[in-house]
Write a protein that binds this ligand. Sequence first.
Ligand SMILES: C[S@@+](CC[C@H](N)C(=O)[O-])C[C@H]1O[C@@H](n2cnc3c(N)ncnc32)[C@H](O)[C@@H]1O
Length: 419
Amino acid sequence: MSVLCPPTTYLPPIAKIASFSVTQLLDALTYLQSLYHPEVRGSRRKRVQAPVFNGEQNSRLRHEDDNELQVIRSDAFERSYSIRWLTALIAQLEVWQDLSHSGEASLDDLGKPEPTFTHAEMIVQQAASLLAICAGVAAAGMITRNFIFGSIDGQRRVEAQLTDIPLDNDDYRSVGAQTWGGACVLAEMIVEDPERFGLDFSPDDPKSRRLNVLELGAGTGLVSLAIMKLLDTLPSFNHREVSVVATDFHPSVLANLKSNINANVPSTHNQITSTHFITTHFLDWSSLSTAPPPNCLSYPFDVVFGADIIYEAQHAVWIRDCLKAHLRRPFDSTISPAAFHLVIPLRPTHTFESSTVESVFLKASDVDPNDDAVLVILSKESITCDAHGDAHGDYTRGQGLGEDVEYLYYRIGWSNARL
Ligand SMILES: C[S@@+](CC[C@H](N)C(=O)[O-])C[C@H]1O[C@@H](n2cnc3c(N)ncnc32)[C@H](O)[C@@H]1O
């Protein structure tokens, strides 16, 4: 039995909006938000507390409703009704606020005792941003989401706002226009435990040492942005130089990546004058240039990240070659060895492509560390997520709506780093 209603059925009638309580209106608003401002599919890990997306959204749609959700969301009539309803809601809340500010009536007089006016202002803001989504960007196929990640102990909080642009249906290579569950999972894990991902300095590290971070196939930039924002919060990175380079190869994906980064970090972070800086750069794994690399890619990287970047037969080989060129080789036992952190979804439609990770990179235990250095799998972990969320992007659809989404997390590094 369906739990999904179109806005015309679910929302309080526009003509009677003034007779509903603020709590009822807030519930309706949250419902609209779940329709038009969805979370990323397969981004909620099962073992840990769910991250909070889209503000404090608490009414999530059940995954069995995904198909129905797509139908409602793409219905122009429902969307235009939602726009009218949101406009009426904002107008009504403003009337209540004006009455209250002028002292002519209090919320209690108006029979709206539950939330305070601070809540009412918050509702106006939420309604306005949802209105913008329904009226503008969403109609154009764009979605802007807030991602909030936190450390387990609640001491750290990292927030980023990312815009997905429409996939170009004629260009399969434009998949990075949208944020994928793998990036959500990886960003969440990094913020929870930065040390596990080499995002720390040991007390023995020379003060002059700079941390160089590279992301391959960054797409909308969630992982790179989460790292940059996280490092800003860590005391051990005060006054330390950090460079994060987010790379991709597709022109429109790269343009959106740049725009997301500019929208999220202070402009000083894009400048060399800051001690922490983040840049975007073109990098195509399939054709590593023989020309000298640009400055920002010329140094070896201490940590490399990749989320959902193995879905074609050649990808693992190209990524290995890219790592050979860019992952710092072990040269100093006082510095933690460099590593590549990779999260891939296990799509039933792409089992061969996923399996190439383990044929291209051997297990560390199968390689003699005294032989010439090769890149090996140092560890592997399975991660299961609820499938909830937006089932965008046709190439994951084989996963089956409503099923769990499985990921593998690999840590890959140089075989001789263990010597
Ligand atoms: C499925 S998307 C994942 C994007 C992002 N990491 C995420 O998880 O949201 C795959 C990404 O790899 C990039 N990509 C694919 N082939 C590439 C290549 N040959 N060189 C560089 N990037 C590539 C795509 O442009 C896209 O951004």
